[in-house]
Design a binder for this molecule. Structure first.
Ligand SMILES: Cc1ncc(C[n+]2csc(CCOP(=O)(O)OP(=O)(O)O)c2C)c(N)n1
Ligand code: SF4
Ligand SMILES: [Mg+2]
Length: 331
């Protein structure tokens, strides 16, 4: 395995690098948290990084003809190919260095994908990349909970009942998306036992996110990070509330902040306080009712939503992670 860069943990806001490698020149919506994820991600990774991105808002809005905010080398890849692009790039670098065709130095390889590109379409390619222990690479799934770039279609990551262009509430049927959101990060962690690092994050907790990126890039081997990204256009709220909605998702227990290093799980931030009983979860209604995509919800829908969140905290073996409950042992 190639050596990794020295990327120390950032202890406080004053230590955050001033350099920007995702700058002006993008056309994402006002309040787009996915754009903030890109900015914080590359700030933490630094200049000696290659970024690869699959089709989606973070490709299209960031590469308008002849303009781009990326200051580091950046390449677009097909919608389901974040994993393939990551492994191809890491293998290519390794081969060039071995043959002496380029200087032998640690270069970060980060491939990002949206939830459509990662949680749905590119799942197998990501899985393949995460099995290749010989390469250092990070896959970041920025999850805005829809196929946003093509006008907000349902993905496997869209919450139950949300109004999207493929699941508009009607007179006959109010709840069109009857699927519960896929449990992506645990699926990656449980399914790839040799992978050293999997984490969840949210740009509302920027320093935490920076440090998770750095841990992922320095632990060695393939790693995975899943970010929860409020999207004002798709979720239908005033852009100024992006930060607040990210926090609310965590405070209600809907999104859980954690990292799994070498098979050991640590919850962090408000999720840790909730798990330890130091802090109470806020009712999910406080989060749901702030967004137009849930405006059609009746009290029974909110109740169902709340019950599902309660269940993941109160019944699962590992709260929020593994949807398996202890069975009746009659023996
Ligand atoms: C194979 C393929 N199918 C469909 C498309 C059309 N398409 C482009 S971007 C996009 C949405 C991607 O959604 P996601 O990965 O969640 O990223 P987001 O747009 O939400 O940032 C789709 C369906 C495509 N580019 N390639
Ligand atoms: S639609 Fe959502 S993810 Fe796409 S640029 Fe706008 S805010 Fe960002
Ligand atoms: Mg998306």
């Amino acid at each position: 395995m190639a050596t990794v860069q020295d990327l120390p943990q950032i202890r406080g806001v004053k230590d955050i690098p001033l350099e920007e490698f995702y700058t002006s020149g993008h056309r994402t919506c006002q309040g787009c948290e996915s754009a903030l994820v890109m900015r914080l991600m590359i700030k933490a990774a630094g200049q000696r990084t290659i970024v690869l991105g699959s089709t989606g808002c973070m490709y299209v809005a960031n590469t308008t003809y002849y303009s781009t905010p990326w200051v580091v080398p950046w390449m677009h890849t097909q919608l389901g190919s974040a994993g393939s692009a990551a492994i191809g790039t890491a293998a290519g670098l390794s081969s060039m260095m071995r043959k002496g065709k380029m200087q032998d130095e640690p270069i970060n390889v980060i491939a990002f994908c949206g939830d459509g590109g990662g949680v749905d379409m590119g799942l197998s390619a990501i899985s393949a990349a995460l099995q290749h222990q010989e390469y250092n690479l990070l896959i970041v799934c920025y999850d805005n909970e829809s196929y946003a770039n093509t006008d907000i279609q349902v993905s496997g990551s869209t919450p139950w009942g949300a109004n999207t262009t493929f699941s508009p509430p009607g007179k006959e049927t109010r709840i069109m998306n009857t699927k519960w959101k896929k449990n992506m990060a645990p699926m990656m962690a449980v399914g790839h036992p040799d992978m050293k690092y999997v984490a969840t994050a949210c740009a509302s907790y920027g320093l935490d996110f920076n440090n998770k990126v750095r841990r992922a890039l320095t632990v060695g081997g393939p790693t995975f990070l899943h970010c929860f990204d409020p999207c004002p256009k798709g979720w239908d709220y005033d852009p100024k509330y992006s930060h607040e909605l990210g926090m609310l998702a965590i405070e209600t227990g809907l999104w859980i902040q954690y990292e799994i290093t070498d098979g050991e799980l640590i919850l962090n931030g408000p999720s840790r306080a909730i798990a330890k009983g130091i802090r109470k979860r806020k009712p999910v209604e406080e989060y749901l009712m702030r967004q137009g995509r849930f405006a059609h919800f009746l009290p029974e829908d909110i109740k169902y939503f709340q019950e599902r969140v309660d269940e993941q905290w109160e019944k699962w073996w590992i709260p929020g992670l593994v949807p398996i409950t202890p069975g009746q042992d009659d023996a």
